[in-house]
Write a protein that binds this ligand. Sequence first.
Ligand code: H76
Length: 480
Amino acid sequence: MKKKHLTATLLLSLLLVSPAIQAQKKLLPAEQEIELKYGADRLGKRQDAAMQKFRDNRLGAFIHWGLYAIPGGEWNGKTYQGAAEWLKSWAKVPSNEWLQLMDQWNPQKFNAKKWAQMAKESGVKYVKITTKHHEGFCLWPSKYSQYTVANTPYKKDILGELVKAYNDAGIDVHFYFSVMDWSHPDWRYKINSEEDSVAFQRFLTFTDNQLKELATRYPTVKDFWFDGTWDASIKQNGWWTAHVERMLKELVPGVTINSRLRADDYGKRHFDSNGHLMGDYESAYERRLPDPVKDLHVTKWDWEACMTIPENQWGYHKDWSLSYVKSPVEVLDRIVHAVSLGGNMAVNFGPQPDGDFRSEEKELSSFIGKWMKKNGECIYACDYAGWAKQDWGYYTRKKDEIYMIVFNLPYSGQLTAKTPKGVQIAEATLLNGQSVKVTEVARNEYNIGIPTQTPNEPFVIKLKIKTSDSPVSKYKEALT
Ligand code: H76
């Protein structure tokens, strides 16, 4: 009997420690965790000031700018619907031919100060710039590659100008960096032989050098956002991803790193084989968001989503009519959606080859900026509120202030708010201070009045709350 029981327990625990069945949501009891050399460095959210700043920023812009902006989705007279920054791959252009686009890199309208001004006016607190995308072209004069801005007609250090201009405007700069590099002969998708292994180790050294170069040339960088890390070659070298994270953290105190860089001893990515987040924040919400009701587990760690304005165009594509383009309110909805679940949102821009932004992006940017100017207090430094989701929109929270961000107006003229146990709504106001009627309608349930003059855009109601543990209740449960 006892033996049987033991065998069953043993079997069960063996099953439980198998990395394949580890789910990020089901953490193992500590004693059942497996030993990892390259797993999570930390349990739970980072609590230092730099991480708090990353989190408080909440709204960022992503910038995809590279050689791909020049063809803008068109190669030899044919337009490709896929993401413009992948055109080299869609049109099967050999690297040497693709890299000749460098001869045309001469963005005469590029003006870093104007970009910074635009970012400032759009309300973003940080900008993530593609230092190098998959194509391998570097926006800084890297001494480890010939494929850089220095070897183009334009010559100037675009990245350096941007870092300075954004920082002068009080905007944090994050570096996007693609590990996968189509321009490098030593890049491998998979390590199949000793020769591959030797080449790939050379590639990793080259990548280390470029990263050290970025970290030391631009020491105000606040974050590295890695991409192009999903291939078997990286999963076979999880040690290297752990090494990069440590190396950058030594070089740049406080720097934050996304989970996408990381693979553990078993090649498990983002979350290690024990289910713990690697890196400082989860970065898999790309062009999608967690469900605000079903996916509340995301509020347990830091995360940042990123999105495109068309369905899937990051780099500049000439023809935005090929896919659905989100309206400014839809973009805003996604920003608020992310913050309501304790995440950040980076909205992508793909500047033109001449260094200017397309009109749709300028319009979106100014819409978001105007809205943030009026309503930003429900976004910056805000977090998941912990209140049950309602159909009219999203909640965010800053300490004891709860924000209702209303996207859908009900015909009843009343917005339902259900408070957690022991929490009452004391007062509701618009952000301009105008008061809004609050009616208690049942236990922990309120009707919040809609202002008579509703703005023709999403608006915010701020709730002041009070807490009492055991209020004398006039409400009785139904006997059924
Ligand atoms: C796939 C892929 C890449 N990851 C996104 C953030 C874009 O950079 C896209 O090209």
